[in-house]
Design a protein around this ligand. Structure first.
Ligand code: SF4
Length: 376
């Protein structure tokens, strides 16, 4: 052996670059789909809408759960999913229900346009598709309230189509695995393309659900449990030590604070309510009379919008405000209360509802907070 060869043999091994390369992790990128499914087979979550392993998923249950899970947690959705399924066991049953009943059942889950679309979609499936969901992404996307994500989720999970629905959990896993520097929402197409490389040749629905579960249980927003992750060896963000900084996000634009007043009138054991217009924010939901919600709010102008009832002369302003955050703006409501003498008639477009039966009304969370504050 020459001196040069001996030197080469004794030289310390160069440390590996922390950048992900073709075959760096145990399975390598090509083995990731299989590694992901193997992880899923051991660690899949038990969810109310998920059938046992190897059992085909019911498209109705998949669709219902996916609509309910939009901007809502698994924990919050569980009881609503069970209630809906017990009351309307099939999409045809839901399509035959009245919108009012659906809104009442949905009350408290938030983002109420989902409930209206849910009903419209059930009607469409029942009347235009013979009670069966279309089995392609394109067909599903034509249904009311079914966007690209939901169509891909139903197509993959219920019909085994080879497509990857990308939700927030999947965005997080993929943006970390590949250290995607581009900010959301611009990064969405790239993240989707990268997520699709994790699809197995078959069991597309399980690949998607595996990534969702991985994001929900291991690759969490804070303190991801990388030691338990099937992608640990080759994950670029983990190797760089900055996993928590992904996904990169453009700063959020929060709307300007709006203010207004709500008027809670009690007559004996009843309270005065009305129904909001069918279209627009909280459309078709029940509310107590309230003023416009404006950024340039004035107390006097809001107060002047109180309902006119004979016998109601004094309004009591409750201390504090009720706050609520909508997607595009935060809201603060001052709450006024008044007592109406028995026999007072409700103004046009309003009605008295027994306080004990308020739970049966389609009350959005904002109004629940207002009533709780007023009747405290
Ligand atoms: S190794 Fe860590 S950061 Fe990377 S995907 Fe897995 S849990 Fe997420």
């Amino acid at each position: 052996m020459s001196i040069a060869d001996r030197r080469a043999a004794l030289a310390p091994r160069r440390k590996q670059s922390p950048v992900n390369t073709a075959n760096e992790d145990g399975a390598g990128p090509a083995g990731r789909p299989a590694a992901l499914l193997a992880w899923y087979d051991r660690h899949r979550r038990t969810l109310p809408w998920r059938p046992p392993a190897g059992t085909p998923a019911d498209p109705y249950a998949v669709w219902l759960s996916e609509i309910m899970l939009q901007q809502t947690t698994v924990r919050a959705v569980g009881p609503y999913f069970a209630k809906f399924l017990a009351r309307w066991p099939s999409v045809a049953d839901l399509g035959a229900a009245s919108l009012d009943d659906v809104l009442r059942m949905w009350a408290g889950l938030g983002y109420y346009s989902r409930a209206r679309n849910l009903h419209a979609c059930a009607v469409a499936v029942a009347t235009q598709h013979g009670g069966r969901f279309p089995d392609t992404e394109e067909g599903l996307r034509a249904l009311p309230g079914v966007g690209p994500y939901t169509a891909a989720a139903i197509a993959a999970i219920a019909f085994g189509r080879r497509t990857m629905p990308v939700d927030g959990n999947i965005e997080r896993v993929v943006s970390r695995l590949y250290a995607v520097e581009e900010e959301l929402p611009k990064a969405k197409p790239r993240i989707k393309a990268l997520a699709e490389t994790l699809l197995a040749d078959s069991r597309a629905g399980d690949s998607a659900q595996a990534l969702m579960d991985l994001g929900a249980t291991i690759c969490t927003p804070k303190k991801p449990a990388c030691a338990l992750c099937p992608f640990m060896e080759g994950c670029t963000a983990r190797l760089r030590g900055d996993a928590e900084s992904f996904p990169r996000k453009a700063p959020k634009k929060t709307g300007e604070l709006r203010r207004g007043a709500a008027f809670v009138v009690v007559r004996g054991d009843s309270v005065l309510v009305r129904t909001r217009e069918a279209k627009g924010l909280l459309g078709g939901m029940t509310e107590v009379p309230n003023s416009e919600w404006l950024a340039g709010h004035s107390d006097a102008a809001a107060r002047a919008q109180a309902p006119q009832l004979s016998g109601v002369t004094r309004w009591h302003r409750k201390a504090g405000v009720v706050t609520h955050v909508f997607t595009h703006f935060p809201l603060e409501l001052v709450v006024y209360t008044a007592q109406a003498p028995s026999g007072t008639r409700a103004p046009a477009g309003m009605r008295w509802v027994k306080i004990a039966t308020l739970a049966d009304e389609a009350l959005p969370n904002l109004m629940r907070k207002v009533l709780a504050h007023a009747l405290d």
